[in-house]
Design a protein around this ligand. Structure first.
Ligand code: ADP
Length: 337
């Protein structure tokens, strides 16, 4: 991956490794030995840097952009002068910055997303608060109504922040998890404790076939509970009153799948990949009540990947959605059961 070029005291190529050829967009088979660098690589900044290093201006460090086919590749270059056999030579190191730039871009985008998501409820709170100030004397009923709006926006802010913290933890990776045998039956039971009242209030029927006979999975109990709760919560949320949500497990080779199915609004095919992105929501207008944050499924995805598992979704819009999380069977499952 790391490109290395050694140049003579007169800037001719002495040695060049395959990574350097690739980064400088040079044909891999051409014989470059003894050719002046400036002749084969037409990147003025790089040639200036080699001249400067040779002239004794110290180590040269620079970021350059090298066209490569359709794309422009960001490359970090470093040129050092050193003495060998009574003569000066140059050593040039080249590093592909594409990945580093992508990470930086994702970080920037994440922060922009967070700011946007936090600004919306905050702006609403500000607007309602100003209205309450005006209305509180002459129209207490209206003031009361706006106070309720403020309260609900505060709840939304609270949920957003809690979700973002959970996501940050989910992204912290394997070192944060306590891995061991986990019973999916226990996890489902625990999760349903909090969702039974929600389902009852919406008159949604929860069907939970027993799954004690399946092996335990190799996972973290807390993380598995978060996964199950997000999927069950979504299933109830995106299923209209009177619908059905089914939660069960099935064996899948070296995995056990946690399956959450509903007969709600479903997800169009074109959106099925994107719903796992942070803050992504299918048409905000579909939301009922206090809107979602678009973070739940990215937490599910992050945790599942960290646990060495896989998430699958299938859905027909209008007929419902089915989410499956496959987690590896516990190593000592055979001893346990
Ligand atoms: P949200 O907080 O919006 O629920 P999620 O990340 O959990 O965020 O989900 C992202 C989007 O995926 C949701 O906004 C919703 O449009 C869609 N979605 C998730 N689960 C379901 C489901 N069971 N049925 C229909 N749509 C769903």
């Amino acid at each position: 991956r790391y490109g290395v070029v050694m140049l003579s005291g007169t800037s001719e190529i002495v040695l060049i490794n395959p990574a350097a050829r690739r980064l400088l967009s040079l044909a891999s088979e051409s014989d470059l030995h003894g050719r002046p660098l400036a002749e084969v690589v037409r990147i003025p900044e790089l040639n200036q840097a080699t001249s400067a290093a040779l002239a004794g201006d110290g180590t040269q460090k620079l970021h350059i952009e090298i066209p490569s086919g359709e794309v422009v590749r960001p490359v970090y270059a470093r040129v050092d002068r050193f003495m060998a056999g009574g003569e000066y030579s140059l050593l040039m190191g080249l590093r592909d910055e594409t990945d580093a730039q992508r990470v930086e871009e994702m970080r920037r985008e994440f922060i922009a997303n967070i700011s946007h998501e936090l600004k919306t409820p905050l702006a609403a709170i500000k607007g309602y608060a100003e209205t309450v100030e005006l209305a509180i004397k002459d129209d207490p009923d209206a003031a009361f109504h706006f106070m309720q709006q403020i309260h609900s926006q505060c709840l939304r802010l609270e949920k957003l922040i809690a979700d973002m913290m959970q996501l940050a933890r989910a992204q912290a990776g394997i070192s944060q998890l306590k891995l061991g045998p986990v019973s999916l039956a226990d996890v489902i039971e625990e999760s349903l404790k909090s969702y039974h009242p929600v389902a009852d209030a919406k008159q949604i029927q929860l069907i939970v076939p027993p799954c004690e006979d399946l092996p335990k999975v190799h996972a973290d109990a807390e993380a598995t509970l978060i996964i199950a709760s997000n999927l069950i919560g979504n299933a109830i949320h995106y299923t209209p009153q009177g619908g059905v949500v089914r939660v069960h497990c099935r064996s899948a080779g070296k995995f056990v799948a946690l399956v959450v199915e509903d007969n709600g609004v479903g997800i169009p095919k074109s959106e099925q990949k994107r719903i796992f992105e942070r803050f992504y929501r299918v048409e905000k207008s579909r939301d009922t009540g206090v809107g979602g944050t678009g973070i739940g499924l990215s937490i599910v995805k992050n945790l599942t990947m960290t646990l060495g598992g896989e998430v699958r979704v299938s859905s027909k819009p209008g007929e419902g959605a089915k989410f499956e999380v496959l987690l590896p069977v516990s190593r000592d499952a055979l001893n346990v059961r």
